[in-house]
Design a protein around this ligand. Sequence first.
Ligand code: E4P
Length: 215
Amino acid sequence: MKFFIDTANFEEIKEAHSWGILSGVTTNPSLVAKEDVPFHERLKQITELVDNSVSAEVISLDAEGMLKEGRELAKIAPNITVKLPMTPEGLKACSVFRDEGIKTNVTLIFSANQALLAARAGASYVSPFLGRLDDIGQDGMTLIATIADIFMLHDIKSEIIAASIRSPQHVTDAALNGAHIATIPFNILQQMFKHPLTDKGIEAFLSDWETRKNK
Ligand code: E4P
């Protein structure tokens, strides 16, 4: 499973990129709204740093508007992926972008049928939202496993991005359940490094080093 970072904050992207683990970035209007830089400017900055997929979401609700916005976004850099909502209008735009060779990420997926529809409309990525399903008492992880099984069974090439990740355990479980990618907030990526025995081990190595005879 590959790692994307789920943020529009450039400092966070720069730091995660420096760890050598990043295969892409996802943004959404809520994440972009937290930043004080114009959207296209921020996307340019991100695409210059990260060679892989950078998802940028449209805000239009009609296919025509989505196509207009998406084409403008795609002009920013060849690694822009246009993020579209899981609606009939979103899928109309998705199938046009497939024919135009523009990559797409269909977002706000909460059922296996939605994922299947998006894949058949040519989505490069489908994004089921784990955490938001858990929030309403449903099992987000079972959805990831179901979509992974269906895509495998029918040889579907769209990649599954486990989104709305809320904990390191979500990441492990998404990998086990067949997600191709997890898009992870920066604070969760940081938590993934942590283990008390790692800290304790470093402390012990350093204090033993200080006691060496031939200083
Ligand atoms: C995915 O692409 C979305 O940006 C994101 O994962 C949503 O997560 P949230 O439910 O924490 O807002």
